[in-house]
Design a protein around this ligand. Structure first.
Ligand SMILES: C[S@@+](CC[C@H](N)C(=O)[O-])C[C@H]1O[C@@H](n2cnc3c(N)ncnc32)[C@H](O)[C@@H]1O
Length: 195
């Protein structure tokens, strides 16, 4: 939390294209999947929670695609202060996404959850997926990415939830993530909630 509070004032400057490449493929795949699964649904009514929203880079891109019913959740107040100034989120929740129940969020409250650049060590851990599944509707989607290096740490949990009939993989793609000296890629996942 402290690190992100300190990073917040320069985050957007440092994490933009061509360095941070994730946001556009992430929002594009999310939008394509949502449009396919919910062809009748109006984008502005579709209720999304952006988990670990940070300064709102993803919210901004989703807003450009017509999504305007988006809430934000993040552990860092400073990151969220920057997100607030983008005017794309309705509600802000300052809390960590963990295995604990998020008091402010009802079961099945959201149509979809997004989580970009935050599933990984010391961030959103595998045990948080049960809580993430609780808060979006059956038939709804959860879109997140995991770096190729960390992917195996989440494999057991992904399989456990699949075997338990909690969710089903709708798509998995390898997309560009970060480029400093060399290009780093990430796996982008979209799961559909079953029950
Ligand atoms: C690398 S930033 C990504 C922000 C944004 N999603 C993006 O793509 O630009 C990671 C964010 O995750 C937040 N974060 C890390 N672990 C978290 C957790 N367990 N619950 C909520 N937020 C968390 C941090 O505060 C930070 O804002």
């Amino acid at each position: 939390m402290q690190q992100y509070d300190e990073w917040a004032p320069v985050y957007d400057q440092m994490m933009q294209e061509p360095i941070y490449k994730l946001i556009r493929p992430f929002s594009k795949l999310f939008h394509a999947t949502v449009s396919k699964l919910f062809p009748e649904m109006e984008k502005r009514a579709f209720k999304v929670l952006d988990v670990a929203a940070g300064t709102g880079l993803l919210g901004l891109e989703l807003n450009k695609l017509g999504y305007s019913n988006i809430d934000a959740l993040d552990i860092s107040r400073e990151m969220m202060n920057h997100a607030r100034s983008k005017n794309v989120y309705k509600k802000f929740m300052y809390t960590a996404m963990t295995d604990q129940r998020t008091a402010d969020i009802k079961t099945g409250e959201y149509d979809a959850l997004t989580c970009s650049g935050a599933v990984g060590s010391a961030h959103v851990r595998p045990s948080a997926f049960d809580e993430m599944i609780r808060i979006f509707k059956p038939g709804g989607v959860l879109c997140f990415n995991i770096s190729l290096v960390e992917d195996s740490k989440y494999e057991e949990k992904r399989k456990e939830l699949e075997d338990a009939g909690k969710w089903k993989l709708a798509c998995k793609e390898k997309v560009p993530f970060l480029e400093d000296d060399k290009l780093e890629e990430t796996h982008l996942y979209i799961y559909v909630r079953y029950q």
